[in-house]
Design a protein around this ligand. Structure first.
Ligand SMILES: NC(=O)c1ccc[n+]([C@@H]2O[C@H](COP(=O)([O-])OP(=O)(O)OC[C@H]3O[C@@H](n4cnc5c(N)ncnc54)[C@H](OP(=O)(O)O)[C@@H]3O)[C@@H](O)[C@H]2O)c1
Length: 278
């Protein structure tokens, strides 16, 4: 046990893992423009037919991040400066929502392919470990404009992410009741048999008026804010922000194209993820 602890604390271990992590955004962008991460509306078989239940998969794979982050904080034994306490609280608030509140508040979550599950667990392990190590070992003054600008941006993104995820949940709950009766009449028995238009709907309200993936835009805003709060000194936070964009922006681009293909009445001017830009 002691040797694992020493291994995780060794600067060479941390530097190697950060080095590996730095390759993720570079590799993700081309990969995700070619292949869709197999979950949600893009759930597929990818040669292996093994998908896991949506809610439990999200809960387990996302819980890895706060556990790894918390373990790193515990190992580094920080003094608990206001800078560290605020960043730890932001991380934990995001992941308590993502791993517990989000999956169980969702009306339904599509199955997650085993490959998407395994890659998320690996990503969250590295992300939680490296970011926890950085926060545990560094502290800055909180009396700076960039710190509070970053935290405000993080908080705005956090609230906006939950707000826009809620729009999607409500959309499905409200329509589900109405569609259930129609489906019964038309003879569809379960979700797999439903035509896509009976399961997904056009989102309206908030930033959905400008982009198809307002929840992804907000998530990117959150981690950009977190990184600015570290005064751009945390390499793992910079990599996380770039990875979030590399992961979500290609998916948003495909989601936008998917909506436009499936719905004839989809607002044509709506961008994918960055209002008026992308
Ligand atoms: N930091 C990162 O790298 C990262 C990576 C992935 C996700 N996330 C975050 O995790 C959250 C969930 O991600 P996601 O990719 O699952 O988001 P999503 O595709 O927008 O789906 C979110 C939820 O809304 C449902 N939904 C989506 N579009 C809908 C529509 N048009 N009509 C009715 N229901 C709809 C989905 O159902 P189905 O499950 O049935 O499709 C799911 O329950 C987001 O807030 C995202 O920002 C972050």
């Amino acid at each position: 046990m002691e040797s694992i602890k020493q291994f995780l604390l060794k600067p060479s271990t941390y530097n190697t893992v950060v080095g590996i992590y730095a390759t993720f955004p570079v590799l993700m962008i081309p990969a995700l423009f070619v292949v869709n991460a197999p979950y949600g509306r893009f759930a597929g078989k990818l040669g292996i037919e093994c998908s896991l239940p949506g809610k439990w998969s999200w809960c387990i794979m996302e819980a890895v991040s706060p556990i790894a982050f918390g373990m790193s904080i515990y190992l580094t034994r920080p003094t608990g400066t206001p800078f560290q306490i605020i960043l730890i609280s932001a991380w934990m608030a995001h992941y308590i929502n993502r791993s517990i509140i989000h999956p169980f508040r969702a009306t339904s979550l599509a199955p997650v392919h085993i490959l998407a599950f395994v890659s998320s667990v690996g990503f969250n392990l590295i992300n939680g470990y490296t970011n926890g190590m950085w926060v545990g070992r560094h502290s800055n003054s909180i009396y700076s404009i960039s710190f509070w600008f970053g935290i405000t941006l993080w908080f705005t993104g956090f609230v906006s992410n939950i707000y826009h995820d809620n729009i999607l949940f409500k959309l499905r709950t409200k329509k589900k009741e109405k569609e259930k009766n129609d489906e019964k009449q038309q003879g569809f028995n379960d979700a797999k048999e439903r035509p896509v238009k009976k399961h997904y709907f056009i989102p309206y309200g908030g930033l959905f008026e400008y982009v198809s993936c307002a929840n992804y835009f907000s998530e990117a805003m959150e981690w950009l804010g977190f990184t600015l709060a570290t005064q751009m000194q945390s390499t793992p936070a910079i990599i996380f922000t770039l990875s979030t964009m590399a992961n979500l922006f290609p998916r948003a681009w495909r989601t936008n194209a998917w909506y436009k293909e499936k719905f004839d009445d989809y607002p044509p001017e709506r961008k994918a993820v960055l209002p008026f830009i992308l």
